[in-house]
Design a protein around this ligand. Sequence first.
Ligand code: NAD
Length: 482
Amino acid sequence: MAQLVDSMPSASTGSVVVTDDLNYWGGRRIKSKDGATTEPVFEPATGRVLCQMVPCGAEEVDQAVQSAQAAYLKWSKMAGIERSRVMLEAARIIRERRDNIAKLEVINNGKTITEAEYDIDAAWQCIEYYAGLAPTLSGQHIQLPGGAFAYTRREPLGVCAGILAWNYPFMIAAWKCAPALACGNAVVFKPSPMTPVTGVILAEIFHEAGVPVGLVNVVQGGAETGSLLCHHPNVAKVSFTGSVPTGKKVMEMSAKTVKHVTLELGGKSPLLIFKDCELENAVRGALMANFLTQGQVCTNGTRVFVQREIMPQFLEEVVKRTKAIVVGDPLLTETRMGGLISKPQLDKVLGFVAQAKKEGARVLCGGEPLTPSDPKLKNGYFMSPCVLDNCRDDMTCVKEEIFGPVMSVLPFDTEEEVLQRANNTTFGLASGVFTRDISRAHRVAANLEAGTCYINTYSISPVEVPFGGYKMSVKKLYQVMY
Ligand code: NAD
C-alpha cells in the first residue's frame, strides 16, 4: 500500500487499480479469506472497477479484535505524554503524504481534489488535537471527613470499534481513532464497502509512527461484518457514522452486550436566510451547504428558507452560480463537483428529483444525469446540481435526507414561523442563519434544535469545536472515550 501511495503523483482518473490486501491487523496487511462474497468497488468518475472488496467473516473479525486487545494491554499502560508523541508522529507522516492520500481518496470516493486535500488536513489536525489532550487527562481528588480521601481514575474502555460511512473515508477513520487512542484504547474499524482503500493507510501510518503492534486494525465488509463487531463480546464500544436506520440497528445490537455507543447519523438541516442578510454571502453559504462532496454531507443545509421579500434576487443569483459549477474530472483543480458515490446512489437522487416534480416542485436548474465531455468519464456517476423552487414542508424532498446535490428552497415571512418550520423534523444535526442583525442571529441559534448553528457561514468543522446533535441525528454518549 505504501507503494500505491507513493505512485500517486503520476496517477490520473481512470488509471489506478488497487490489488493490495485491504485488511489490517497484527501490524500488517491481511488478505481476506472468503472470496465467495467479493464485491467490486467502483471509481465514481469512470464507473470502472477499482478493486475487489472481500468482507471479513467471524473468524477474521475475532482475529482483529484479539490483535487490538493484545496491543491495548501495552498502550493503555503508557503515559499520556508517550501516547501523544506517537500520535504526533502519525500526524506528521499524514502531513508528509497528504497530497498522495488525497489523490487516492478522490479516485475511490469521487469528491474533488480540493476537498480531499482539506479532508486529509482535517484528519492530521484531529490526531494532533487529541495528541495534545492525551497528557492532560487526569482524575479527581476528593477530600473526606477525618483526613480521608477518595480519588477517581480515568480508565480506557478497551477495544473500540468504528463503523464508517463512505463520504469522508480517511477523515472519519481519523476522527474515530484519535480520541480513542489518546485515552489509551485500541481500535478496530470497518470502512464502508464502497470506500475500502484509504482507511488501511491510516492503520499503516499509526504502525509506522510507533503504536504497539496491532493497536489499530481494519476489517473490510458491509452490514454482516459491522454486525459481527457490534456483537463481539470483547468490543467495549461502538462508534458509528452512517444513516439513522442503520444507527438504530447498531444501538440495538450493541445493547445485547451493553456496549457504549456513539452514533453520528443523518440530517435534513435548515438554512434560514433573512432579508437583511448580505445576499452575496448568503448565496455562497447556500451553495456550500448543498453542493460540497456532491451534496453527500451529513450536515448539509438542504432546506433553504428564504424570506419572501428577497426570494427573486436570491433565486436568480443561486441559479446562476449553481449552473456555473464545473462538474467533471475530480482530479483537476478547476473541477468543483465530481461523481456521486455509486450508480444506485445517483439513481436514488435522480428519483428524489422526479418525485419532487410529481409533488409540485419546480426545477430551476440541474437534476439531470450529466456526461462530461472527457470520454474517459462517460460511465461516471455525474449529475447536474439541482435547485428546486415551489417547495412545501410536506414534500418528500423537504422531509427526507436525499444525500445528493439537490437544494430545496422555501419562502417564509416571519422569524417565529420559520423557527417552528425549521424545527419540525426528526433530525437535528446542523443549521444556519444569514442576517446582519446580531441579536437575531444569536436568538435564532438558541432556538434552532440542532447540534451546530452556523452564523453567516456554513460547512466548517474545526476539530476544536464539539460536534453534537438533537433528536435522531446524533447520540454522543462519550465525546472522548475513556
Ligand atoms: P449506512 O448507514 O448505509 O452505512 C454506514 C456503515 O454502516 C457502513 O460501513 C455499512 O457497511 C455499515 N452497516 C450497514 N448495515 C449495518 C448493520 N446492519 N450492522 C452494522 N453495520 C452496518 O450509511 P452510508 O450510506 O454509508 O452513509 C451515509 C449516511 O451517513 C447519511 O445518512 C449521512 O448523513 C450519514 N453521515 C453522518 C455523519 C455524522 O457525523 N453525523 C457523517 C457522515 C455521514
